[in-house]
Design a protein around this ligand. Structure first.
Ligand code: BEZ
Length: 347
């Protein structure tokens, strides 16, 4: 068994067609067919059923595909990391989720450039989960996101917890209420905008199914955790609430009456400005559309959004410690509470 055979198998399995796999890999169809046959003969297992179109994997083939594609991704990651180790890029490629751009990211970059006048910084707008793949492939060297990740290749530093604020249309009856409670928002349309949902722990857990109630208050929650160990809340149907804003409400036993889901934060704030509903955003967003939107604090201190710095565990770009120092400097200048952390770099 060799790498060429495995890559041929993955390409055929991905595309369910010899001709499409040939185009993708640049190999001829007979070569691909020969590589697959050799692999199956070496293993003594039929992996792909060739008698149906589109092609499909046998049960053993599907199992092999799952395991081998993960291994091939690891090989790509290790290869790319090794290449970067031998010739680290001088530029620092930073991935970020849009919400941190409205916050302190510009100040952090300015502070980094002050201490490193020659540094070249490239910024890439990229979702929290995509940042993990981008770190592994070398597309970015560091990522700022709002979700914790459990990945053996990745280390994360929790920078701080940012409080959520309520965004209401200026004409809303609650628009001038200084300290808002989630329960008072429950009868409004809540605009949801997160692309990333909270992860769920995989182990099967059996719990009784609570009966749906007639009010929008949820029954007492079953304590289960997501894959990062944080408690998950459950809906009346005992399904985990993984949408981040609904999860915040569910922690208080509240299910908003109506929701609308949009593609991003900007659209959500646009709908609030148009009087279509209310939403919750990290406090740093409260400078956006202030003529039409009233931002108010929440009484609940733990309704927060974490900000993480993600990097590879085994390869920290030489400028990343300076980036962390620049972040802490900005926090100190602004009087923001944080807990200093260090990288566990082996290199
Ligand atoms: C922050 O808002 O805390 C932050 C945002 C981007 C980079 C670093 C910190």
């Amino acid at each position: 068994m060799d790498l060429k055979q495995l890559k041929a198998f993955i390409a055929i399995a991905d595309l369910r067609s010899f001709s499409a796999a040939a185009t993708k890999t640049g190999l001829s169809q007979p070569s691909l067919s020969r590589l697959l046959k050799q692999l199956e003969t070496d293993m003594g297992v039929e992996l792909i059923n060739r008698y149906n179109r589109p092609l499909h994997l046998t049960e053993a083939g599907a199992f092999f595909y799952d395991k081998i594609s993960a291994i091939l991704t690891e090989i790509d990651t290790v290869t790319s990391m090794t290449q970067r180790l031998s010739a680290p890029s001088s530029a620092l490629n930073i991935g970020f989720v849009p919400s941190v751009l409205y916050g302190l990211l510009p100040e952090v970059i300015a502070s980094l450039k002050q201490s490193n006048p020659d540094i070249e910084v490239n910024l890439k707008d990229i979702s929290s989960y995509q940042q993990i793949d981008a770190l592994k492939s070398g597309d970015i060297d560091v990522g700022f996101g709002r979700f914790a990740h459990q990945d053996p290749w990745i280390q994360q530093i929790l920078l701080r917890h940012e409080r959520y604020v309520v965004a209401l249309p200026k004409a809303h009856p609650l628009a001038n209420v200084r300290e808002q409670r989630l329960i008072d928002l429950a009868n409004n349309r809540l605009i949801l905008y997160h692309q990333t949902h909270l992860p769920i722990a995989t182990p099967a857990i059996t719990t009784s199914i609570p009966k749906p109630t007639s009010t929008n208050k949820l029954p007492a929650h079953t304590k289960r955790t997501n894959s990062t160990g944080q408690p998950l809340s459950f809906s009346t149907l005992n399904e985990p609430v993984t949408e981040p804003l609904l999860h915040l409400f569910a922690q208080y036993g509240i299910a908003p009456l109506m929701t609308t889901t949009v593609s991003d934060l900007q659209v959500a704030l646009g709908l609030v400005a148009a009087g279509e509903g209310v939403t919750l955003v990290p406090a740093s967003l409260q400078t956006v559309r202030t003529e039409q939107i009233s931002y108010q604090r929440l009484v609940h201190e733990n309704v927060t959004s974490p900000i993480y710095l993600h990097t590879l565990k085994d390869f920290v770009h030489p400028k990343i410690p300076d980036l962390l120092t620049a972040t802490y400097q900005v926090y100190e200048q602004r009087g923001i509470t944080y807990r200093k952390q260090k990288f566990a770099s082996k290199l």
